[in-house]
Design a protein around this ligand. Structure first.
Ligand SMILES: O=P(O)(O)O[C@@H]1C[C@H](O)[C@@H](CO)O1
Length: 297
């Protein structure tokens, strides 16, 4: 039988502090906004002015990106005058990292002063009204690995990050969702939806039966990321906003010839990236600084 320290990744407060301090001593930027780029959406990082780039491999305690479409670098800079840090590439459970490791950047960002997280991903559309290229504002998630106890907060709780039992009914900030709707309407975007994201472990795409089940459970889109990061960010009291780019339609029909594939996912990102960049940059420009959050420490 494994001991607790063998089961639970050892990325302690001190390690996060070391990484945060290392980054703070190597950049002048004091980010208040964190952005995570999903598959094929790395272009979001190119919006930052006066960028300062750190390869993940050069950052102490940071994991490495192993997935095509995830560049593996942290970019600091300003967006419409707001200091930001942007992950050009994220980590996924299927890469083999412990779940605490893939969510580690959230804690590092918190220690660096980030108050608001904007997360993006590519996802398969389960909702039959969704088309490839639609963008879904995430209003809630279903954490499938969580039902099997795979939760980034499992293990001893460090109260310096947040409380033992954090609330998740308000995980996706209502005001930020409304802001996204307002900005999209001003831009004339007719491809914006709002729905529930279900995270699965991957890397195999879902079977037809799995897609049907997730849809019946109330999910509008399925993907392999984001929810774990949001759990850790909310635990640490950061407010979260997340978007799914519907990169493919989940196969729900046994007569369908469609097959999910990563190339289609990346291609959809290329097609929509400029519009997403515009949406995110206007949102960032209008962000209020104060984050009055009950979970905050
Ligand atoms: O990082 P995200 O969630 O955007 O990546 C999605 C899920 C898989 O990693 C990959 C499948 O194409 O894209």
């Amino acid at each position: 039988m494994l001991s607790m320290s063998e089961c639970v990744s050892d990325d302690s407060y001190e390690e996060c502090r070391t990484t945060a301090d290392w980054l703070l001593s190597n950049t002048q930027v004091r980010p208040t906004v964190g952005i995570v780029c999903g598959s094929g959406l790395g272009g979001l990082a190119e919006m930052l002015k006066d960028p300062q780039v750190f390869k993940y491999s050069d950052i102490p305690n940071f994991p490495r990106s192993t997935v095509h479409g995830h560049a593996g670098q942290l970019v600091f800079g300003t967006l419409k005058g707001k200091p930001c840090v942007c992950m050009q590439g994220r980590f996924h459970l299927y890469e083999g990292y412990p779940i605490q490791k893939i969510t580690l950047p959230m804690r590092i960002f918190k220690l660096m002063g980030v108050e608001t997280m904007i997360l993006t991903n590519a996802a398969g559309g389960l909702n039959q009204d969704y088309k490839v290229g639609d963008v879904m504002i995430i209003k809630d998630h279903i954490n499938m690995p969580g039902f099997a106890g795979i939760n980034p907060l499992a293990g001893p709780n460090d109260d310096r990050f947040g409380v033992r039992f954090p609330c998740m009914s308000d995980a996706y900030n209502r005001e930020l969702r409304q802001l996204a709707h307002d900005v999209a309407a001003e831009l004339g975007y007719d491809f914006l939806k709002e729905g529930v994201y279900s995270v699965v472990g991957g890397p195999s795409f879902e079977t037809i039966a799995e897609c049907r089940m997730l849809h019946r459970l109330g999910a509008d889109a399925v993907g392999m990321s984001t929810a774990h990061e949001v759990i850790v960010a909310r635990h640490a009291g950061m407010r979260c906003f997340a978007l799914s780019l519907i990169s493919n339609r989940a196969v729900m029909d046994y007569d369908s010839q469609e097959k999910a594939n990563h190339e289609e996912v990346l291609e959809t990102g290329r097609v929509r990236s400029q519009q997403l960049e515009k949406l995110v940059s206007i949102m960032v420009a209008r962000l209020e600084q104060n984050n009055n959050d009950d979970n905050a420490f």
